[in-house]
Design a protein around this ligand. Structure first.
Ligand SMILES: Nc1ncnc2c1ncn2[C@@H]1O[C@H](COP(=O)(O)OP(=O)(O)OP(=O)(O)O)[C@@H](O)[C@H]1O
Ligand SMILES: [Mg+2]
Length: 433
């Protein structure tokens, strides 16, 4: 009596631990497809099972099969693994009684158990591993069956109702999380596909528009009068604005998809910064903002074009968010290991609440919106991706009403190994974050 009581309590502890372990996996694993292996381990280890597999429905072949097996550390059974992978492949309605545990659980969507036969060649494997019974747990996403987790147990007595009940609630929990995860992944994928589609489809015609505009403006297709030149200038400015926007969207889509590649060459960051400042000068003058540059020559390895884009974005922000009579200063220093680029302004500043979100795409402060300062909120998210890709860091210092400094630190020798994978020929793939 006493013995049975203790056993019952141990079991309930096992179930509680299994439930906790599965919840932890569900909370900590980021991507839906990575869930099954740690879930199998969490269940197997805590419920003292010896062997398990995840049978998924292979739509193309119309069969249930298991590529993934879990094995208790003390079980060495390569033949059992092989049998699970190769022999236990069958249709969900296969009438063979050998598969009835699986097909029964699949069609009823219920947790099922069955004693494991100790006869014949399969029985020999079961005997050697000490396997006495098996349990099948359906894994669903909403109404859709994703697969079956099937585990083998060494216990002689059948599983108790409490255990089956615990497994049902674990299966429900897995199903809910998987469904939510899948929906999130799908929404994310659609958003990225949309980005990429829009960017590509807009970029090609825009390139052609800008190209032909150049031909007409340079009078290669005949003379144009002053008024036509003025109008064509407006068209050109707007087409280039669209081009920049499409470029930004494409950049973000590539970062999201993990396909953005950074070049890796040697260049002078001081020159890159100088060019960006020169390009911004007309805008600063137009706005009555003084633009100062104090850039040392700093040789570094990285993607010069992208770093040019980084300085462009920071300088254009600084000018944009600084009222007339203010000043913007670009400063660059190198100490042989690190380059430090600072873009400071005497503009409106950014509250600490806003600072926390600035690098999110499409984030703009209320002030930027209220004052109708143009932009869509991609510039800083792009800056962050470029800096990350170079193994650097970006920080903000700002006081509302007094001004802002963006400080970028970059290793001059290029991104350290492990920061993105080299994608052949000096091109570095930027990892998704
Ligand atoms: N120097 C700055 N001073 C004050 N606010 C700034 C400054 N730089 C950025 N911000 C705030 O951060 C927001 C995000 O900047 P970000 O560069 O990402 O977008 P944007 O400039 O609005 O649009 P885009 O760069 O896509 O044209 C801005 O809308 C603005 O609210
Ligand atoms: Mg910007």
């Amino acid at each position: 009596m006493f013995l049975r009581d203790v056993t019952g309590r141990t079991r309930r502890n096992e179930e509680r631990r299994a439930e906790e372990a599965v919840s932890r996996v569900l909370a900590e694993t980021e991507r839906g497809e990575d869930l099954i292996a740690p879930i199998m381990a969490a269940l197997g280890e805590n419920l003292r099972w010896v062997h398990g597999g995840f049978w998924e429905y292979d739509e193309r072949r119309g069969v249930l099969c298991s590529d993934r097996v879990w094995r208790a550390p003390d079980l060495d059974a390569p033949e059992l693994d092989r049998m699970v992978r190769e022999d236990f492949v069958f249709g969900p309605e296969d009438p063979n009684p050998r598969f009835s545990l699986w097909t029964g659980a699949w069609s009823s969507r219920e947790v099922r158990w069955a004693p494991v036969s100790q006869e014949g060649p399969e029985g020999r494997l079961a005997r050697e591993a000490g396997i006495r019974h098996a349990i099948a747990i359906p894994v669903q996403s909403g109404e859709r069956m994703l697969g079956l987790l099937v585990f083998a147990s060494r216990r002689g007595e059948p599983p108790q109702e409490e255990r089956l009940q615990a497994l049902r609630s674990i299966a429900d929990l897995i199903g809910q999380v998987v469904e939510r995860r899948n929906a999130e992944l799908e929404a994310e994928r659609m958003k990225n596909d949309f980005f990429a589609l829009v960017s590509h489809e807009l970029r090609t015609p825009l390139t052609s528009i800008v190209g032909y505009l150049d031909i007409v403006r340079e009078e290669e297709a005949g003379e144009i009068n002053d008024e036509q030149r003025r109008f064509l200038g407006v068209i050109d400015r707007n087409a280039r604005r669209l081009q920049r926007l499409v470029g930004d969207l494409l950049f973000v889509a590539q970062v999201e998809a993990g396909t953005l590649a950074l070049k890796s060459g040697e260049f002078d960051l001081g020159e890159v910064a100088g060019n960006a400042v020169d390009a911004a000068r007309p805008r600063a003058e137009k706005q009555g903002v003084e633009l100062r540059s104090d850039a040392d020559s700093v040789t570094m390895v990285g993607d010069g074009d992208r770093l040019g884009q980084l300085v462009d974005n920071l300088v254009s922000n600084a000018i944009k968010f600084t009222p007339a009579n203010g000043a913007v200063t670009v400063r660059l220093r190198g100490d042989g290991e690190e380059a430090t680029l600072e873009v400071s302004d005497t503009g409106m500043g950014i509250s600490s609440e806003d600072q926390a979100h600035l690098f999110n795409r499409f984030y703009r402060t209320d002030d930027a919106e209220k004052l109708a300062i143009p932009g869509i909120g991609l510039g800083l998210s792009i800056c962050k991706a470029i800096v990350d890709g170079h193994g650097g860091s970006i920080a903000i210092e700002s006081e509302e009403g007094a001004g802002t400094t963006f400080r970028v630190r970059l290793p001059v020798g290029g991104a350290p190994p492990g920061n993105g994978q080299p994608a052949g020929n000096g091109v570095r793939q930027v990892a998704r974050r």
